[in-house]
Design a protein around this ligand. Structure first.
Ligand code: TXE
Length: 480
């Protein structure tokens, strides 16, 4: 049985209350780990450690913080295979996907912000002969970070790295569903000699540990990624405390396929944007809008490719889809498929749980599912499903496609497929989403702002925006 311990003040330890949560392996449906079941007392202890560590961490300077973060990044990269297997084991994704994407991206996050802080300047404004203004940005103090289960280490480091680089010390909580890579990261922080208390990682449930971090009076800034409903609860607690808040929430992302697109390239990428990570990426495109002249050809080719996807053992190199993250999530997705049928949708392929053989028999596997015949306003096309389920809708005019694309409470990401240069810009500017990819998907320049509109979130992470989030901005005006 693997044991997942907290990392507080530089040491690995159980929760103060001594409780343990069961950690499941989605591939088999079996318990394989026990996870520290922390609570508010653990949060208080972690905040005290972070407060104590804060002055020295800042006195280390930008170069010193850069060096420390780079040492951690190098150790994660050294143990990439171990991290990839751990990520696959408690998330259910194929090992090769963790190996190719998730863990390398976590290393890139650490290195990006370690170097960004070295080149991060600020502004000065001279008022003729009257005064000189300069802007200073100081770390807020102890930063809170709460991350989800879909891209565990990727999104965990996406928050921790800028906070630490900016000079904050951190109290962080990974999802209780996928805690293992955060535990491995804690071990590498110790090996890298990260000073005690700089980073504190607490395991446990959202309502106990997450809520305690959110409500803690000495955590002035909180970065959260997760469901929109949870984001609303966090905002309700944090707002009256005047905390800085970054919320990266759900999405219901449209893919607009125009008839003039590069069909083969579009199809290859749309298979990934639909089903990668079992569709459990907030940036996945779950509503595919196809210009009518191309609809039949797209539907035939896309369904054929979806049927050919291999749902199987996450440990195998040729697996396309592994297991979804939990039994509850599998039931949630199956419930959405049943709802789609009730709303009049036609399931063109998939729609069922997959039962594998042997030790995988009780794993949580779903078929890639394609549904057509639903209108934009039905719940299936309004609510985030967060599984390997996409809907197809035809459109006749560009304005109609944009209106359909924008017609949900979310606004995280959009994808546009067209060869028409003017249409690229026209449609991209009309779409109400924080990210628009044109003839590509998941191409990420870490310098760019990242985040959603509407119910997809508040605030921007990524690049200098993230460093700015973890600092307080002060203007100093000196009379000349
Ligand atoms: O998210 P939760 P879950 C969406 C997706 C998914 C839904 C729920 O639709 O089905 O959210 O997923 C912690 N105070 N996304 O259950 O509950 C929790 O412990 C403070 C999109 O994983 O939001 C975990 O660490 N924290 C998303 C984190 O919040 C709380 C990725 C996320 O859990 C808390 C994941 C509380 N009251 C899910 N309750 C994206 N945008 O990428 C829970 N938590």
């Amino acid at each position: 049985m693997e044991r997942i311990l907290n990392y507080v003040n530089g040491t690995l330890r159980p929760a103060l209350g001594g409780g343990w949560l069961a950690g499941h392996e989605p591939a088999t449906g079996q318990v394989f780990a026990e996870i520290a079941d922390s609570d508010a007392a653990d949060v208080e202890q972690a905040v005290q450690a972070a407060e104590h560590a804060f002055p020295a961490w800042n006195a280390l300077g930008r170069q010193g913080r850069h060096d420390a973060l780079m040492r951690v990044a190098d150790l994660v990269e050294r143990d990439l295979d171990l991290f990839a297997r751990a990520e696959s084991r408690d998330n259910g994704k194929p090992v090769h996907l963790a190996h190719e994407v998730d863990i390398p991206r976590a290393v890139a996050n650490l290195r990006f912000f370690a170097t960004a802080i070295l080149h991060w300047g600020s502004e000065a404004h001279l008022m003729d002969e009257v005064a000189l203004n300069y802007t200073e940005r100081q770390p807020v103090g102890v930063a809170g970070a709460i991350s989800p289960w879909n891209l565990p280490l990727y999104l965990f480091t996406w928050k921790i790295a800028p906070a630490l680089a900016a000079g904050c010390t951190v109290v962080a909580k990974p999802s209780e569903v996928t805690p293992w890579t955060a535990f491995l990261l804690a071990e590498r922080c110790i090996e890298a000699g990260l000073p005690p208390g700089v980073l504190n990682i607490l395991h446990g449930t959202g309502p106990k540990v997450g809520a305690a971090i959110t409500a803690h009076p000495r955590i002035p800034a909180l970065s959260f990624t997760g469901g929109t409903a949870t984001g609303a609860r966090i905002a309700a607690t944090a707002a009256p405390m005047f905390k800085k808040l970054s919320l990266e929430l759900g999405g219901k992302n449209p893919v607009l396929v125009f008839a003039d697109c590069d069909f083969e390239h579009m199809l290859n990428v749309t298979m990934r944007s639909s089903f990668r990570n079992q569709g459990q990426i907030c940036l996945c495109g779950s509503r595919i809008l196809i210009e009518r002249p191309l609809y039949e050809r797209f539907r035939e080719a896309f369904v054929a490719r979806a049927k050919a996807l291999r749902v199987g053992d996450p440990a195998l190199e040729d697996t396309d889809l592994g297991a979804v993250v939990s039994e509850a999530h599998m039931e949630k997705v199956l419930g959405h498929i049943a709802l789609a049928k009730q709303e009049g949708g036609r399931v063109l392929c998939g729609g069922e749980r997959v039962r594998l053989d042997g030790r995988l028999r009780d794993g949580w596997y779903l078929q890639p599912t394609v549904i057509e015949g639903l209108d934009q306003q039905c719940r299936t096309n309004q609510e985030e499903i967060f599984g390997p389920v996409v809907t197809l809708q035809p459109f006749d005019r560009e304005e109609e496609a944009v209106a359909q694309a924008n017609a949900t409470p979310y606004g995280l990401a959009s994808v546009v497929w067209t060869r028409d240069g003017q249409r690229m810009h026209r449609v991209a500017r009309a779409l109400k989403s924080g990210i628009v990819w044109v003839n590509c998907w998941m191409v990420r320049d870490l310098r760019t702002p990242f985040g959603g509109m509407k119910q997809s979130g508040v605030g921007r992470e990524g690049g200098v925006e993230a460093l700015r989030f973890f600092t307080e901005t002060k203007n100093v005006c000196i009379r000349l």
